[in-house]
Design a binder for this molecule. Sequence first.
Ligand SMILES: C[S@@+](CC[C@H](N)C(=O)[O-])C[C@H]1O[C@@H](n2cnc3c(N)ncnc32)[C@H](O)[C@@H]1O
Length: 431
Amino acid sequence: MSRPEIIASWNDRYFGGTLPETFRDSLAELPTERQDVVDFLEHFFKLMHHGRFVSTDVSPMQCTVLGSLLSRILPGAWSGRIPPITVGGRHVLIDEYVLRNKWRDATPGLFLDIGCGFPPVTTLDSVAALQGWQVLAADPSMPAHVVYDAEGNYATFDTQGEMVYFQPAAPTVETWNALAEDATATEANFRRLLDRLLPDLGDGAEVTSDGARLVHPMRLYSSASLSFQTAGIGDVQVQDVDVARCFNVLYYLDATFRRRTMQWFEQVLTEGGLLLIGGDWAHTSEARYSVYQKVDGHLVTREFAFSLDNLCPASIVSWFCLVDDDFETLLLADLVRELRSDAAFLQRLNSVNDRLREQHDFAPRGADGFYSEMDPSLGASEIWGRAGAVASDLNEELAEEAVAVLKAGGHEAWVNDLGHVAVMPTGVASQ
Ligand SMILES: C[S@@+](CC[C@H](N)C(=O)[O-])C[C@H]1O[C@@H](n2cnc3c(N)ncnc32)[C@H](O)[C@@H]1O
């Protein structure tokens, strides 16, 4: 099939042919010759369809991200490696959960951030939030060096001096595309900076020159309360973990991998320890996560929880998933479907969401019934700050009503300690 035929087919099968032309135009440059890109989008739209989203629930920002950015952030663009995409403040609520949940008290212990990404900004957030805790950050792709240009964009290099990954200082579609448009030139720029700064680094942790910066992350960030291991799930040398967080990792990997993962977590957690698995974006928006606790030597499920902006997401993280059997993504799709199938609740959701988007000036709905374009003058912190504010207000206003709908549907459901909607999972239907 040609690119226009693929796009037309998604439009027909998943949106009844009602996606506006401008949205379809955003997908016009999609590299459909890449099977990973086509597979990802097929799955993405299928999940939206399962969740009963219609074309007026799709935002121009989503289309732009999917059309021009997605192909650059999938593992297929990084030699098949899962990229260490991350953003500061991403797990702010998850850190709060560690300190305030009904399964384990807040006694400081050992916190494992597995698949921490790099630079380890979310781990550093956790170190600041979890006073008195020991934090171990682990990732199989821990870089030997991180190079920052004068704008704060960065690239990671491995011990062989190979560039592994680059990311803009503040990730938006524009800043990503500015770097990725000519990836070869971007790599050459970062390599030049590395070559220039490396001789001055010596045994040091960081060196700066003309606004550029070279960091040896393990030396720079290691402290009495923070240590690092270059290792992944199953390989990290650790025991007696009180809380393990594995976020934005497992939705790249299949259910067989997850089963092995669960056995390993069962071994390394201490009795009573918690395991948090899920996905989210800045300000813990578009969040979905499972919570397990080790009881009598075995992992028991405590809850599956999600933020209500997944019912009307601004970005693409809700349905970001590289496999068709990721537990949290499928369960989210099922619960979103149930909530969006309740006509009274859907009406409330749309009216509250539309009001909040107006109130926070966050690409509100236009007279044509579709969300408007994001104001191009907004920087990343403004965009994600507003997305986070809408998400937080949605939870506050609608979580109890969502719980009532899910209870009426036979779920054991409640509002959890973060104000998210939680259920006791019983299985997924959308697989
Ligand atoms: C998208 S990043 C997530 C980073 C961070 N946890 C966050 O939420 O911002 C995914 C990370 O998973 C890591 N990863 C890949 N395979 C892994 C494995 N088998 N065990 C642990 N981490 C892995 C990658 O190296 C990458 O840094």
